[in-house]
Design a protein around this ligand. Structure first.
Ligand code: SF4
Length: 476
C-alpha cells in the first residue's frame, strides 16, 4: 500500500514551552521540562515513510520546519488550547508556503471543539476527534476524507462531521513508538525535573477510571476505561528499548493512572524486574502497601502522584475519589519502602479559600513528597471544571498562558481573586522548599553525586528565574 508523504509536527512555540503531544497541561514550567511527543510518535509509527518533527525540543524555527515540509503532501500537527492561536498561525504559514499541502490537526482541543477549530482558518483541511490513530493512518493512505470516520472537514466551504471513530479496544494493535523515537527524536532533548536524565516516556494504555473534574485527557482523548496493552507486549517493548537506548536511565509510564489495574501493574513490574531497568509511573494515592512493595522490588523508583489539595471538601468538589487519610498512609508507605514521590498540587479549585490554601501547604509539608509541582486550576474545554467555571461566572479569561508561555490564572472567585490565586503558587513553592528539612534533604542528595549537584544548581537558577518572570507576568 502506498502512503502520502506525511510529516507529523509538534509546532514551534514560546521559548521553553512544553506544548507537546505528550504534555497534559501545556505551559512553560518552573524548570526546563519537555515530554516526548508520544501521541504524534504513535501516528508516525502507523504511517510508513513518515517523519516526526518536535520543533520545541530541537529548537527549530518555523522557517526550518516549513523548508522540510516542502517535501511532504500531508502535515499533521498536534494543537493545544493554550497554543491554539500560534498553532493556527503556523498552519497558515505552511499552507501559504507549501502549495498543495494538506494540513490536519489532532489533540484534545480540536477533538472537543471540531467545528470551531476548523472554522479558525481555511488553512486547516481537517481536524480529528478522539482515537485519532487509525483515522490519520487512513488519511495518509489517501482515502477520501468523506470516507474517514472521526474527522471534521470542509466540503464546498461548509464543515462536515463524519461518524465518530470507534473506540480502540485492542491496544496491542498499536505499534511500538520506540523506532520512531530512535529515528526522529534525541532522548537527551527531553527533561523532566524529577526524572533521571535522559529518560524515556511511553504509554502502556489509555484512560483513567476516576472522574476528576479538572483532568483533561480522561474527559477527552483517553476516556474513563483503562484500556491496556498486554503485559507481555509492554515488557517486550522495554526489553527492546533497553537494547536500543543504552543511554536512557529511566523509563516512565505516562498512562493516566498506571496503577489503576494493580494485578497488571504487578505483572509488568515482575517482568521489568527481570530486565533490571529503572522505571517510574503515574499513580493515584490509593495503592496498597503490598502492591507498592512488589513494584519497588522490581525497579520502581518514583511515583508521580496527584494529591491536588489537602482539604477534603475540595477533593469531594473535584470528584477526586480520595480521602486525605488514605493519601497520608500511602505516602508514609512509599517513604517506608524508599519510593520517591513527585507530588502535584493545584491552587484555585472550586471551594478554594485562603484557609484551604494554607491547609494544602501544611498538608504538603507534613506528607513531604520529595519534590512538588504546584499548578493553577486550568479549566480546559471538554472538562466538567470548564462547564462549571463558565456556568458560575468564575472563568475570567480564556487565556491559559501569559506572554512567555507561563501558566496564568483564568479562574477567580468573589472571595478569592485570580491575582491572589496566581501569587499563591510562588508562595506554596517557597514555603515547601525553603525550610530546613527540605534544604537538608536536597543538600544530602547533592552531596551524593556530582551529576545531581550540577543538575540541582541549574534547576535552582531556572526556578528563581521562573519566579521572577511570573512576577512580571502577573495575571497578564
Ligand atoms: S486520577 Fe489522575 S488521571 Fe485519573 S482522572 Fe483523576 S487526575 Fe486524571
Amino acid at each position: 500500500m502506498s502512503f502520502l508523504k506525511t510529516l507529523f509536527v509538534n509546532p514551534p512555540s514560546f521559548d521553553g514551552f512544553d506544548g507537546g503531544a505528550g504534555s497534559r497541561y501545556q505551559a512553560k514550567r518552573e524548570i526546563k521540562s519537555l515530554w516526548y511527543p508520544t501521541w504524534l510518535a504513535q501516528l508516525a509509527a502507523l504511517v510508513p515513510g513518515s517523519r516526526l518533527i518536535d520543533a520545541p525540543a530541537r529548537n527549530m524555527t518555523a522557517d526550518q520546519v516549513v523548508a522540510i515540509a516542502r517535501d511532504y503532501n500531508l502535515v499533521v500537527m498536534y494543537a493545544s488550547s493554550p497554543s491554539f492561536a500560534s498553532d493556527i498561525a503556523f498552519a497558515e504559514r505552511l499552507k501559504r508556503d507549501v502549495p498543495g499541502l494538506m494540513v490536519g490537526l489532532v489533540g484534545a482541543h480540536v477533538a472537543v471543539l471540531p467545528e470551531e477549530s476548523l472554522a479558525a482558518s481555511e488553512a486547516v483541511d481537517f481536524v480529528a476527534g478522539n482515537e485519532f490513530d487509525f483515522t490519520i493512518k487512513e488519511i495518509a493512505e489517501g482515502r477520501p476524507l468523506a470516507e474517514v470516520d472521526g474527522i471534521c472537514w470542509r466540503r464546498n466551504g461548509k464543515p462536515v462531521r463524519n461518524p465518530e471513530r470507534a473506540v480502540l479496544e485492542d491496544m496491542d494493535r498499536l505499534p511500538s513508538v520506540i523506532d520512531v523515537y530512535r529515528r526522529d527524536l534525541v532522548p537527551e532533548d527531553y527533561f523532566i525535573g524529577y526524572l533521571k536524565h535522559p529518560y524515556m516516556s511511553l504509554y502502556t494504555g489509555r484512560g483513567c477510571k476516576s472522574r476528576c473534574t479538572f483532568c483533561l485527557w480522561p474527559q477527552t482523548i483517553s476516556g474513563h476505561r483503562y484500556r491496556t496493552r498486554s503485559a507481555e507486549n509492554v515488557i517486550a517493548e522495554i526489553a527492546r528499548a533497553k537494547e536500543m537506548f543504552p543511554e536512557v536511565k529511566e523509563f516512565f509510564f505516562d498512562d493516566d493512572t498506571f496503577t489503576d489495574d494493580r494485578p497488571r501493574a504487578e505483572e509488568i513490574a515482575r517482568g521489568l524486574g527481570k530486565l533490571g531497568v529503572t522505571w517510574s509511573c503515574n499513580a493515584k494515592a490509593n495503592v496498597p502497601f503490598e502492591t507498592l512493595k512488589v513494584l519497588k522490588e522490581n525497579g520502581l523508583r518514583l511515583l508521580l502522584v496527584g494529591y491536588e489539595s489537602g482539604n477534603q471538601q475540595i477533593l469531594f468538589n473535584i470528584k477526586k475519589g480520595m480521602r486525605t487519610e488514605f493519601a497520608r498512609q500511602f505516602t508514609a508507605d512509599c517513604h517506608k519502602l524508599g519510593i520517591t514521590i513527585h507530588g502535584t498540587f493545584i491552587v484555585g479549585l472550586p471551594g478554594e479559600t485562603r484557609e484551604t490554601i494554607e491547609e494544602t501547604i501544611a498538608f504538603a509539608k507534613e506528607i513531604n513528597p520529595h519534590t512538588i509541582q504546584v499548578s493553577l486550576a486550568a479549566p480546559y474545554p471538554g472538562t466538567a471544571l470548564y462547564e462549571q467555571a463558565v456556568e458560575n461566572g468564575w472563568l475570567e479569561t480564556e487565556q491559559r498562558v501569559g506572554r512567555s508561555g507561563i501558566q496564568i490564572s483564568s479562574i477567580g472567585y468573589p472571595h478569592l481573586p485570580r491575582e491572589e490565586i496566581f501569587e499563591m503558587v510562588a508562595e506554596f513553592y517557597k514555603r515547601f522548599y525553603f525550610r530546613p528539612r527540605k534544604i537538608a534533604e536536597i543538600t544530602l542528595e547533592m552531596a551524593q553525586s556530582w551529576e545531581m549537584t550540577k543538575r540541582r544548581l541549574r534547576e535552582g537558577v531556572e526556578f528563581m528565574n521562573f519566579l521572577r518572570t511570573r512576577k512580571d507576568e502577573a495575571v497578564s
